[in-house]
Design a binder for this molecule. Structure first.
Ligand code: CA
Length: 485
């Protein structure tokens, strides 16, 4: 069966602590809908305690077990509920991918005095002050965990940079100085060197750090039994560290799946990153997301024939996790680039019916988003697309990119899933494409499963059908009367 993942959360997912319980209750439904995997939010305690979405890592070993940062549970629940949620999902046949944030740590337990130099935020290779002593928040000893699972204590040697000096009370980017110490190589070259993102930046070149993070990963996988990792912010982490870390995990845990967030729409930097990391893991198709975003803004002026141009799913089809939006691109978030509403059904059909990529459906699109900028859920539409993916998106793909406002393709089916489908997209007006399904489909009647178009299409003796799509819409044509789940 085709693989399909759900990103189970958005930035404003309720922080009532019942998230894991709700996912547990939903596990078998996810399975029936055609999901094969779920990406859960970071499970460890963040600097903002029960309010932390999970990306402000404080203690990697506190999965909602210790009274730290003002709470035992995380935003999403307790460790016990997390472990039960994973167990239930796995019982239902859903793979569980944990979000892993190894770039930085926030919410230090105490400050330390050390030498640092302030750098230009726009060019981190440029020092803008003389080196000096600063007091930075880099001491982590997790007093309420009391050394359970790991006795490792983090100090300033384990970090490469921080964002605040408590002596001068000034914020900025401070590079921490030490023997042979600098920003990591093998990170994005944006801003000169993009090692530093936020909080206290972990120094992955330090051998003790490396050892501790490997030990932590073993503990985490054995404790939780997750099936894979989603690695956060890898463009800010030494690529050789990530490569070796993933190799280690994949050699040790059979079938362990890893995908990573490298937020860049630049094709060359993605090519280079995959090469540098030996094609060990998959990356989000950020370029495709931006193509969707542009297409949704430009309407009929966007040339649909270019919708997949320079995307990972075309250039590296076996290493692309395709998505429409996520918790960072949603309105008001750091990388806000929200695909317009009218285009969402087209974009989802594009990732779910295409032969390339591992599609990821965003909970914010599926269930909707609450909060200051609420967004409607598109469950009914996406459910239909999931059904089509589950049953009718197999075998060879024949593209019909006929003009700038209308494209489509046929999936021919395969031995196990023999039923073909014809998918059409229009960003302007009602359109038609004559597509070939094969003589074996002659005289059969096809309908649009999405319900967007109500016509019937009869396949002619030569095996062609004149398939239709409304303006600014998508249609997926399948044979009438096929009884499958
Ligand atoms: Ca970093």
């Amino acid at each position: 069966m085709n693989k399909t993942m759900l990103q189970g959360f958005n930035w404003f997912t309720s922080g009532d602590g019942q998230f894991y319980n709700r996912v547990s209750d939903y596990a078998w439904t996810l399975k029936d809908l055609g999901f094969t995997g779920i990406w859960l939010p970071p499970a460890f305690k963040g600097a903002a305690g029960g309010y932390d979405v999970g990306y402000g890592t404080y203690d990697l070993y506190d999965l909602g077990e210790f009274d730290q940062k003002g709470t035992v549970r995380t935003k999403n629940g307790t460790k016990e509920e997390y472990l039960k949620c994973i167990w239930v999902l796995k019982e239902a046949g859903i793979k569980v991918y944990a979000d892993v944030v190894l770039n930085h740590k926030g919410g230090a337990d105490y400050k330390e005095l050390f030498k640092a130099v302030r750098v230009n935020p726009d060019n981190r290779l440029e020092e803008i002050e003389a080196p000096k002593d600063i007091e930075g928040f880099t001491g982590f000893n997790f007093p309420n965990r009391k050394g359970k699972y790991s006795e490792f204590v983090w100090n300033f040697n384990h970090f490469s940079g921080t964002d605040y000096d408590d002596i001068t009370k000034e914020s900025g980017i401070y590079k921490i100085l030490g023997d042979n110490k600098s920003w990591s190589q093998g990170v994005s070259q944006e801003k000169g060197n993009y090692d530093y993102l936020m909080f206290a930046d972990i120094n992955h070149d330090h051998p003790d750090v490396k050892e501790e993070l490997y030990r932590w990963a073993d503990w985490y996988i054995q404790e939780t039994r997750v099936d894979g990792f989603r690695l956060d912010a890898v463009k800010h982490i030494n690529d050789y560290f990530v490569r070796d870390f993933v190799k280690y995990l994949q050699q040790k845990y059979e079938g362990f799946y890893v995908f990573a967030e490298y937020w860049s729409a630049n094709t060359g930097s993605k090519d280079n990153y995959l090469y540098q990391t030996d094609y060990e893991f998959d990356l989000f198709d950020v370029k495709l997301h931006y193509n969707f975003y542009e297409a949704s803004l430009q309407g009929e002026h966007f040339d649909l024939r270019t919708i997949f141009d320079n995307s990972l799913m075309i250039n590296h089809p076996f290493h692309a996790v395709t998505f429409v939006d996520n918790h960072d691109s949603q309105p008001d978030q750091a990388l806000s680039s929200w695909v317009e509403d009218w285009f969402k059904p087209l974009a989802y059909a594009m990732i779910l019916m295409h032969k390339n990529g591992f599609p990821c459906v965003f909970a914010g699109d599926y269930f909707g988003i609450e909060g200051e900028h609420p967004q409607p859920g598109k469950k009914d539409t996406i459910d239909k697309l999931l059904y089509c993916r589950k049953n009718f998106a197999y075998g060879d793909q024949d593209d019909y990119f006929i003009n700038s406002n209308c494209i489509g393709w046929v999936r021919q089916g395969d031995n196990e899933y023999p039923h073909p489908s014809a998918t059409l997209f229009s960003n302007k007006e009602d359109s038609m494409i004559s597509m070939y399904l094969g003589e074996h489909q002659a005289n059969k009647t096809y309908s649009d499963y999405t319900g967007h178009h109500l016509a019937k299409v009869i396949i002619n003796e030569a095996g062609y059908g004149d398939f239709l799509v409304h303006g600014q819409s998508v249609s997926i044509w399948i044979e009438d009367g096929i009884n499958i789940k």
